[in-house]
Design a protein around this ligand. Structure first.
Ligand code: ADP
Length: 295
């Protein structure tokens, strides 16, 4: 609490009045602390690859100077660290941009199925390299249309599909589905009785509204129940998970959560250790335009 007093006018009988103001500052203090934590985490995350780059530069200047094989290997690691830094910076910028416009309703029209196809064009080669198949079940063009920001819907699809592919062992498949005209209850209906579930966002969407559902299922390692509530925190990563060479930024699901929220949608995760994970994002369906073709 912050307490302050302000003198008011002197009364007729000579007495004085004062105003006592007590302000609950819990929220602003919490926000300040969260901002400070965020900056500390972001700096730490950026420093790690930077420290590794600096270390390799020293080595290349020193004893590896005349060793062509070592030099090639170190340059490969350095390139990977540099691209990790670039991913971190991209994700940090996305997050800050999304937070700035989260309260402004998006205005464009987006076909979620087309967004998935665009993301698959970009991700398929990488998945194929690891022997991971990306299987889809999508409605006709123009049917799965929502009011939205195309770049942001692409980011949601990209993050969910990329995660599923990243945590899926080679030889296995990821299933990507887009469903249309679902009620909120249908969108979040349990898929496996034995799996742990959590509505990360807007668990109370109802009111007869129909939704476009984007569902991404993998048969990767799954996520233990106790981690589910923290998945969409910035920089949160489950320790000891194998993610096919590439270390994530821990920002993907935080970005997904903000975007889905801006689109007045919901987000559910269902997972079972050893059996895999399903993420379901759902958005209000723009039903009246379902036969138009949109970008
Ligand atoms: P990252 O960039 O590390 O993937 P995210 O915010 O996208 O960050 O995810 C946070 C964490 O949630 C990941 O580090 C991983 O531990 C876990 N996770 C996300 N998706 C999956 C999945 N499909 N299977 C298993 N674990 C997952």
């Amino acid at each position: 609490w912050r307490v302050s007093t302000r003198p008011l006018e002197t009364l007729a009988d000579g007495g004085r009045q004062a105003l006592l103001v007590m302000r609950d500052e819990t929220d602003s203090r919490r926000n300040e602390r969260m901002r400070a934590d965020f900056l500390a985490n972001a700096s730490h995350e950026l420093r790690t690859p930077l420290a590794s780059l600096t270390g390799f530069i020293e080595t290349l200047r020193g004893h590896a100077k005349d060793d062509a094989v070592a030099r090639e290997r170190f340059l490969g690691v350095m390139a990977a660290q540099a691209s990790r830094m670039a991913r971190l910076i991209d994700d940090l910028l996305s997050l800050s941009r999304i937070e700035l416009n989260e309260h402004i309703a998006p205005e464009g029209k987006v076909d979620v199925a087309l967004a998935v196809l665009d993301v698959l064009d970009a991700l398929s080669p990488l998945a194929a390299e690891r022997g991971v198949k990306l299987k889809t079940s999508l409605p006709e063009r123009g049917v799965a249309t929502i009011t939205g920001d195309r770049d942001q819907i692409l980011q949601v699809a990209q993050n969910l599909i990329d995660n599923a592919a990243k945590y899926t062992p080679g030889g296995d498949a990821v299933q990507i589905e887009v469903l249309v005209g679902q009620t909120a209850d249908q969108a979040i209906a349990p898929l496996r009785a034995s799996a742990a579930r959590l509505s990360i966002l807007n668990p109370d969407l109802v009111g007869g509204e129909r939704f476009v559902v984007l569902r991404c299922t993998d048969r990767g390692p799954g996520i233990a129940r106790e981690h589910l509530p923290r998945l969409s925190e910035r920089f949160y990563r489950v320790e000891g998970q194998k993610s096919g060479e590439r270390l994530g930024t821990g920002l993907g699901l935080a970005i997904v959560k903000h975007i889905v929220n801006r689109h007045r949608g919901g987000l559910v995760v269902e997972s079972e250790e050893g059996h895999g994970t399903t993420f379901t994002a759902y958005f209000p369906w723009l039903q009246q335009n379902r036969h138009e073709t949109v970008a």
